[in-house]
Design a protein around this ligand. Structure first.
Ligand code: BGC
Length: 253
């Protein structure tokens, strides 16, 4: 029988969940997707997560559940909140999920989960040296992976360029908001990724998020020293990584 875990990926726009095969990374259930409640408040988000877990029909309490969230996370607390309610700042988030769901969970940053999944199952598998995972969505998520080891809570989507928190200029939400062509958006991405690589010298940059399925439209327009590739796991990387991290951090599993 396949070793499985549940992954839930909370984003600024949508909340997705599925059961994951831990050996292959494949999804073993439908991917359930719901909108993130307006305002992104803790109680409303937790209620949606509960609905998703219920719909997945988990009878077995020993199946690990991983939840990833768009904030820096330490000791189960959310320390930041860029595209969700400010109530999450300094909030005992993991505890709220555990109490509501009535089971233990593993709680991590969403880009870290995506980076972990790409390292286990995708574009960063067996890559030596520094890889930077980036997710282009409502915000810009980043994860650092060095020699296959994840360094958590890199918040490099908020790099300040020209006095601006650059996720507000180069995220996919910014492309939509400003109605940018691929070419115009690519100019902003060029600025962002050049800055990133001037500071960190990665060997490989991975581009994830829903828009990565259109990578042919914008990745060829970028001129960078590092290799830059689309995420292999596309928009499921957060779900897969949250599930895999939950299982790998569970000594009983
Ligand atoms: C948050 C990050 C998150 C990223 C992608 C940013 O606004 O600060 O924690 O990883 O959005 O969701």
């Amino acid at each position: 029988m396949a070793r499985t875990a549940v992954g839930i990926d909370i984003g600024g726009t949508g909340i997705k969940g599925a059961i994951v095969d831990l050996d292959s990374g494949e999804l073993l259930s439908d991917r359930i997707k719901k909108s993130t409640p307006e305002g992104g408040e803790p109680d409303a988000i937790v209620a949606v997560v509960q609905q998703i877990v219920d719909e997945l029909g988990l009878d077995d309490a020993s199946v690990p559940v991983g939840v990833c969230f768009p904030a820096a996370i330490m000791d189960g607390k959310t320390l930041s909140a860029a595209n969700v309610s400010k109530k999450w700042i300094g909030f005992e988030a993991e505890k709220l999920f555990e109490t509501t769901l009535g089971r233990g969970i593993h709680f991590v940053n969403d880009a870290d989960a995506a980076g972990y999944a790409e390292t286990r199952f995708g574009a960063a598998k067996d890559v030596k040296g520094l890889v930077i995972m980036t997710t282009l969505g409502t915000g810009i998520g980043t994860a650092l992976i060095n020699d296959g080891v994840l360094i958590v809570n890199a918040e490099l989507g908020h790099l300040e360029i020209g006095g601006k928190d650059y996720e507000t200029k180069a995220s996919f939400a910014a492309k939509e908001r400003d109605d940018l062509s691929w070419k115009h958006w690519a100019k902003r991405l060029q600025k962002y990724y050049s800055h990133l690589e001037a500071l960190l010298y990665p060997r490989l940059i991975i581009v994830g998020g829903g828009v990565s399925k259109h990578h042919d439209e914008f990745l060829p327009l970028l001129d960078l020293r590092a290799e830059i590739v689309p995420a292999k796991l596309r928009n499921n990387a957060g779900i897969m990584g949250a599930a895999a991290l939950a299982a790998d951090s569970n000594p009983a599993f």
